[in-house]
Design a protein around this ligand. Structure first.
Ligand code: FEO
Ligand code: CA
Ligand code: CA
Length: 630
């Protein structure tokens, strides 16, 4: 996400202001490393012979072969609507505030609805989503990442909650929606009151499973077992298991906590954890702690430990309890990309989206067998963290009490960031979504940007000098790293890596900041974030960055969605979002003729017109000839 309504500040800037990071690292080392990286990158172009950027660096105009793309790429845009290529069309499926049940009211533009209606409507800030077919019905499970307070509380000054009812409303507008959709005369609509319709919010009962469940640091006054909690928070990216469940990933959970009194007397690891995860007295303006004691760390110091997990939801059973899988580690989760290892073990790739945090992988102990019980598959296993070497190889390092020196596995998982630091994981430029190519054993991760690369340490004091997959100091544009596991097995401990693309602005820069060779003035973008492969093996890339269209971002326009060919490196712009929005979340109808795309936090007048509230929306993109689209 870019803006959870922290005034004019981005989420990052807000987090940093409230939780300043350690000072600069040694500048000489930065320059030496940057120079060696440039030589290293430009000297190698073939994957497998060492690290490389696809197509080499720098220089433009690489000849491109015949394209696999079934459209003519579009120009960047700065308008307040969605643009798609000729031969394609889009319309709105659902907006924040749209009824999910027949008895829900239409959105009240003056108030944004109340705490009662919030539970009956489509939530705010649509993000990661997945589609499912259950009993022949088309379902979508989708995240509602944050509250856009000034929009959701339009009658509250500055969007600041005035009372417990305002807080309750915000709590209910976030979380997850499971909904059924159906095509009526070719146009998809929400099936109001479907037996599968469900809202999961910051208040919904959840269960903890895995090695940290029941640990002292998960216990609160309201839950003495450490196994039962309430709510899922800041649901960002998503994932889907082979057994048909939805994974919703908790990202900037720290923003919901604050303190009304002096710090509670807590163990040293908790104090260190607060610092590493950015938990402090102020919060991000949600002000939950002033109206709901659960979010007041001065009286409920363990509640933050109950957030930052990957949560499994069964979309086929609206009565089921969401499960927080502690085996997958606690950090600011982006998405959870699930793939099976060669022997059937379950592998989950996960990014931790903060400057200089890490890339993770979970490997289950047992194998997945279709039709057999899946309980424990996401709990019993090993969490690994990635190290990338300059020679184009990398390794997954297990996070265990032995490898980290931490007291027990529960604390390793609960404070995964500290565990990653203990084993020397590679600091990354904000790992966002991971996507696995369905046609070959390779995985991609968006590294969205990192303006402190080469200038500061991360929150744990780890070196953030430029390194292999993060080769640019003051990285404003981002890159996509990919890796191929040894032997083609995602459970292998070694891999080879390269950069699929370094985003950049070739109109402004004639060096590495102009991007890799597969970036031109015709397809330039920055801040790659959402990402998913389609069934044909093309990779769709969504962006979340500065859309000022000026200075270093001149000509790059609004946030957008592009599609890339993994084999040729070709990248083409397919869609531009309305001004102010982040394009995030992507899934397809079962027949692949409709693509669902999330438009998060647009500026007015999108989607309803001048003078009306802007509304995060899911749109449907189709081909006019009705053919498949990915
Ligand atoms: Fe919710 Fe890192 O994006
Ligand atoms: Ca994101
Ligand atoms: Ca982002």
């Amino acid at each position: 996400m870019t803006k959870p309504d922290c005034g004019d500040l981005s989420a990052d800037a807000w987090d940093e202001m409230n939780d300043p990071r350690p000072a600069e690292s040694d500048f000489d080392r930065v320059v030496d490393a940057a120079l060696s990286r440039r030589g290293f990158l430009s000297g190698l172009v073939a994957f497998g012979s060492g690290a490389s950027v696809m197509g080499g660096l720098p220089g433009r105009g690489r000849a491109q072969g015949s394209s696999r793309f079934a459209f003519t790429p579009i120009a960047s845009a700065t308008d307040h609507t969605v643009q798609v290529p000729q031969g394609y069309t889009w319309d709105i499926l659902v907006r924040w505030g749209d009824p999910l049940f027949p008895d829900a009211p239409a959105l009240d533009q003056a108030t944004g609805g109340d705490a009662g209606s919030a539970l009956r409507v489509f939530g705010e800030a649509t993000d990661g989503m997945e589609s499912f077919v259950v009993d022949g019905r088309q379902l979508i499970a989708v995240n509602h990442e944050f509250a856009n307070r000034r929009v959701n509380l339009p009658d509250a000054s500055g969007g600041i909650p005035r009372d417990a009812a305002d807080v309750r409303k915000l709590q209910k507008l976030q979380g997850v929606t499971v909904m059924e959709i159906a095509a009526d005369s070719g146009r998809w609509q929400v099936v109001q009151g479907s037996p599968f319709t469900r809202r999961i919010t910051h208040l919904t009962p959840v269960a903890f499973s895995g090695p940290a469940a029941g640990h002292d640091l998960l216990m609160t006054r309201a839950d003495q077992t450490g196994r039962a909690g309430w709510g899922t928070f800041n649901n960002c990216g998503a994932g889907k298991t082979p057994w048909g469940t939805y994974l919703t990933c908790e990202e900037n959970f720290n923003g919901y906590f604050g303190a009304t009194g002096p710090n509670a007397d807590v163990p040293a690891i908790v104090r260190e954890g607060y610092k590493r995860y950015g938990i402090g007295a102020t919060g991000w303006g949600y002000d939950y702690h002033k109206w709901d004691a659960r979010f007041d760390i001065s009286t409920s110091p363990n509640e933050p430990h109950r957030c930052g997990w990957v949560v499994e939801v069964d979309p086929s059973d609206p009565g089921s309890t969401p499960v927080k899988h502690t085996g997958l580690g606690r950090f600011k989760h982006e998405n959870a990309e699930v793939v099976l290892a060669s022997d059937g073990r379950v592998v989950v790739y996960m990014g931790d989206d903060e400057r200089g945090e890490f890339l993770y992988r979970f490997v289950s102990d047992r194998i997945y067998m279709p039709g057999q019980p899946t309980e424990g598959l996401l709990d019993e296993g090993t969490l690994f963290v990635a190290t990338f070497s300059e020679d184009g190889t990398g390794h997954w390092l297990p996070l265990t009490p032995e490898s980290t020196g931490m007291a027990n596995l529960a604390e390793v998982l609960m404070f995964a960031r500290m565990a990653g630091s203990a084993v020397g994981a590679t600091t990354m430029d904000r790992p966002e979504w991971v996507a696995v190519n369905p046609h070959k054993p390779e995985a991609y991760c968006c590294l969205t940007n990192n303006k402190h690369r080469g200038r500061k340490a991360n929150a744990g004091g780890d070196d953030m000098t430029v390194n292999g997959p993060n080769p640019r100091e003051t990285n404003k544009y981002g890159q996509i790293v990919r890796w191929r596991p040894e032997g083609g097995d995602h459970a292998a401990d070694g891999f080879e890596w390269d950069l699929y693309v370094m985003a950049g602005n070739p109109e402004v820069y004639d060096n590495n900041y102009g991007g890799s060779d597969n970036i031109t003035s015709g397809n330039m973008f920055h801040s790659p974030d959402g990402m998913a492969f389609d069934s044909t093996g093309l990779v769709w890339i969504q962006t979340d960055g500065d859309d000022s269209n000026t200075g270093e971002f001149a000509g790059m326009g609004n946030n957008q969605m592009l599609v890339g060919d993994p084999d040729t490196g070709e990248i083409a712009r397919f869609l531009t979002g309305p001004k102010g929005c982040e394009v995030t979340g992507l899934c397809w109808s079962a027949d692949r003729r409709s693509m669902f795309v999330g438009i998060q936090h647009p500026d007015a007048p999108f989607p309803d017109g001048e003078g009306l509230l802007p509304r995060s929306s899911i749109i449907v993109v189709r081909r006019l000839d009705g053919d498949t689209i990915g």
